[in-house]
Design a protein around this ligand. Structure first.
Ligand SMILES: Cc1cc2nc3c(=O)[nH]c(=O)nc-3n(C[C@H](O)[C@H](O)[C@H](O)COP(=O)(O)OP(=O)(O)OC[C@H]3O[C@@H](n4cnc5c(N)ncnc54)[C@H](O)[C@@H]3O)c2cc1C
Ligand SMILES: *[C@@H]1O[C@H](CO)[C@@H](O)[C@H](O)[C@H]1NC(C)=O
Ligand SMILES: *[C@@H]1O[C@H](CO)[C@@H](O)[C@H](O)[C@H]1NC(C)=O
Ligand SMILES: *[C@@H]1O[C@H](CO)[C@@H](O)[C@H](O)[C@H]1NC(C)=O
Ligand SMILES: *[C@@H]1O[C@H](CO)[C@@H](O)[C@H](O)[C@H]1NC(C)=O
Ligand SMILES: *[C@@H]1O[C@H](CO)[C@@H](O)[C@H](O)[C@H]1NC(C)=O
Length: 635
């Protein structure tokens, strides 16, 4: 993420006002639990037996797992080139079993390289031009938004004589359009001891959707969206959406707009709403009003590590249901659809302004302005508001603060004005000039498309860390000053702060595995690593990463004991990731469930539950990539 892009993009956003509703939404009979989607016809013992009979060349390797018959523990997952790596014939037979959905990975930037038959200067240029556009990567089966952790082995280049390799990209993907294909991929990977990854949009900050030598399950095409105006099932009555695993945030927001309701999702248009967002907790412009993304879930369908298809809700597999909402993606299985609550249509009022140091605004006055904003965090979130902002150094002792935007859910313009007046008065008293733009919109979606900047991704040398601060760190003056000092230290050194003033509002579905730090916080801050040129070496990347983790973030951790960090927007080098991303007690419970549901360790992601048992071989300290063989750690 190149952070300053966020601000530049903001300036280019105003053209997005004309909204075109393209997503089809379906109203479905009220007063019932929803039927499964057509694509969710799962394989049972008898239909799998049939499939095995029809594919004799691979049949045995498609069988369901049996926890009572675990084989001997293996040291490593099979890797390309190994004797046990599936032969071409076996891959073909597997491809036939999944009805031709298997894709052999061609890196997105392969057209830039002579060593790929896909070499094509025009396509190379197109990929180069769009590299920072999230959609380019979302629509590709193997690419991710964060090429840094792929190992940078196939970036766009204008030197075609360089060599492009797969690096951390998966070897093969199953472009799934049916649950049965997901079941077969899980069974094959488990029985053949392959590394398995799950790729949705590739937005996770640590690239948890890729892995060298892996078979990947690509969920992107599972786009079904159904709306229930009067859902009435297992204790919840009201509007709800059933969503397939591949739907993206903006697609759901459009469907909600069309049906005159509001749903909880994130700020980025292309983040998947069903996959990592819900699994990781999911923070939203609505969280201060109605809770986290994971709190909205009423039921889930999931393919388990043994290959069987299950429902998880409050009555069926409640322990799994608990873990799948907050315990992280690609850990307990592949979720194929979820049902989430929807809320009434509501007005949203946004406010934008920025302030900067100037001849009349000293550096200390600037930070007093930031301090003043922090002092209102509790009041703003209690009123249901959310703030999305940037703090960045723009020269020696020069700084910029920008709202992207301040967001008042369910608020009219007069209501928002009353809420923010004391804050604006503070800034005026400090002598910080501002020109707030307060605009009321009739709905969430109209506010969203007009005020959120489009994202830029594709950073190949930088990454980010995050911190969920306890509310006392903002509400109590001496603590607040310590927080401001820690923040200023990092910004002075070159870090870019992307901040969220939000809380997790109490919600009746909060019995889940969401990091408890969210429940005690009013401020979540992301911090980028030291700025490096694209030509930086691996050594330089590792050194910058070390500074981020052990110096800048160490100070943030120091002022916020009892806080945490967000696993989906987390530092790949987070020390004690178990306590920080999950909460220690939650982690212990999650790990016990991991052993129960996945005794094979089939699902593995860096910093995931149970991940400490394995590591990608051959990695540099502070710059771990997915480019290497996955092996058990020797204890
Ligand atoms: C620009 C940008 C803006 C963001 N804004 C927000 C925001 O406002 N709020 C917020 O909470 N987060 C935000 N995020 C973080 C985002 O929520 C996470 O990156 C999230 O993990 C993305 O989930 P995904 O499924 O789209 O992506 P992926 O990276 O493809 O998946 C993330 C993880 O979930 C797993 N996974 C995906 N689908 C499934 C599935 N169906 N079953 C099981 N496992 C699965 C993957 O294997 C991976 O481990 C943002 C990220 C970026 C880059
Ligand atoms: C899988 O089969 C389909 C359909 O026959 C084919 O188009 C595709 O290239 C095959 N994939 C691989 C990896 O061979
Ligand atoms: C939005 O505000 C209205 C009226 O002020 C209130 O009745 C409603 O409960 C609020 N919605 C939410 C989700 O809080
Ligand atoms: C305020 O913001 C809205 C929405 O972005 C924009 O249309 C409008 O022109 C802005 N008003 C001013 C005075 O800048
Ligand atoms: C905290 O910082 C503010 C603004 O920088 C300053 O005016 C105030 O005296 C400080 N308070 C304490 C308790 O240090
Ligand atoms: C931040 O809040 C936590 C929890 O209340 C507290 O333990 C910590 O001391 C606070 N930080 C500072 C600098 O006071």
């Amino acid at each position: 993420m190149s952070s300053l892009h966020y601000f530049r993009a903001k300036l280019a956003t105003l053209a997005l006002l004309s909204v075109h509703i393209a997503t089809q939404a379906f109203a479905v009979p009220s007063g019932q639990c929803p039927p499964k989607f057509a694509f969710e016809l799962g394989l049972t013992d008898s239909s799998l037996a049939e499939a095995i009979k029809n594919h004799p060349n691979i049949g045995a390797q498609l069988a369901f797992g049996d926890k009572n018959k675990l084989g001997p523990a293996v040291d490593c997952k099979v890797f390309p080139g190994d004797e046990q790596w599936p032969s071409r014939q076996t891959w073909n037979a597997f491809n036939a079993s999944v009805e031709g959905a298997l894709i052999e990975t061609v890196p997105l930037a392969a057209p830039c390289y002579n060593n790929w038959p896909q070499r094509d200067a025009t396509r190379c240029q197109a990929v180069t031009d769009r590299w920072s556009d999230p959609r380019l990567h979302v629509n590709d089966p193997s690419s991710t938004q964060w090429p840094i952790f792929q190992g940078r082995t196939c970036l766009p280049t204008d030197d075609p004589t360089r060599i492009c390799t797969l690096g951390g990209y998966a070897s093969y993907s199953v472009a799934s359009t049916k649950v049965s294909q997901i079941q077969l991929a899980i069974n094959f990977a488990r029985n053949a001891n392959l590394r398995l990854v799950v790729m949705n949009t590739g937005h996770d900050f640590a690239d948890k959707s890729i892995g060298a030598g892996a078979l990947s399950i690509w969920t992107h095409n599972l786009k079904d969206i159904k709306y229930y105006a009067d859902y009435d099932c297992k204790g919840y009555k009201g509007p709800a959406f059933k969503l397939g695993a591949g739907v993206e945030t903006e697609e759901v927001y459009k469907a909600a707009e069309e049906n005159e309701v509001t749903v909880v999702g994130g700020e980025c248009r292309t983040v998947g709403l069903v996959g990592g967002f819900t699994a990781g907790g999911g923070h939203s412009p609505l969280s201060s009003l109605v809770g986290m993304g994971a709190d909205q879930v009423l039921s889930m369908e999931v393919v388990l590590p043994d290959g069987r298809y299950a429902t998880a809700d409050g009555n069926t597999n409640p322990d799994l249901f608990w873990a799948l909402r907050g315990g992280g993606g690609s850990t307990y299985g592949v979720v194929t659809s979820i049902v989430i609550k929807a809320y009434h249509k509501m007005p949203v009022t946004t406010m934008t302004f920025s302030f900067v140091t100037s001849p009349t605004v000293s550096a200390d006055t600037f930070w007093a302005g930031v301090n003043s904003y922090f002092s209102h965090f509790d009041r703003f979130t209690s009123a249901g508001a959310y703030g999305y902002f940037l703090v960045v150094s723009i020269g020696p002792s020069q700084y910029l603060f920008n709202f992207m935007p301040f967001w008042g859910s369910n608020m009219t313009a007069p209501q928002l004005r009353t809420l923010v007046d004391p804050f604006l008065a503070d800034l005026t008293k400090l002598g910080v000039p501002i020109t707030p733009n307060i605009t009321e919109y009739p709905s969430f979606y109209t506010a969203y498309v007009s005020t959120f900047p489009p994202e830029q991704v594709g950073a190949s040398v930088g990454h980010a860390a995050s911190r969920i601060f306890p509310r006392e760190n903002f509400s109590q003056p001496p603590k607040r000053n310590a927080t401001v000092a820690a923040v200023r230290y990092a910004v002075d050194a070159g870090g870019v702060l992307i901040g969220y003033n939000m809380r997790s509002a109490p919600n009746d579905r909060q019995e889940n595995a969401v990091n408890p730090a969210w429940r005690k916080s009013t401020g979540f801050f992301i911090l980028t690593s030291p700025n490096l040129p694209p030509t930086a070496t691996d050594e330089e990347i590792a050194a910058a990463a070390e500074t981020l983790t052990t110096d800048w973030m160490e100070r943030w951790r120091g002022v916020s004991p009892g806080g945490g960090a967000y696993m989906s927007e987390g530092d790949i080098n987070e020390p004690d990731f178990q306590g920080t991303f999950y909460g220690r007690e939650v982690y212990d419970r999650l790990k016990a469930l991991k052993r129960r549901y996945d005794p094979w360790d089939l699902f593995w992601v860096v910093t995931g539950v149970g991940s400490e048992g394995w590591a990608v071989a051959g990695q540099r300290e502070f710059y771990p990539t997915q480019n290497g063989r996955l092996c058990r750690r020797k204890s």
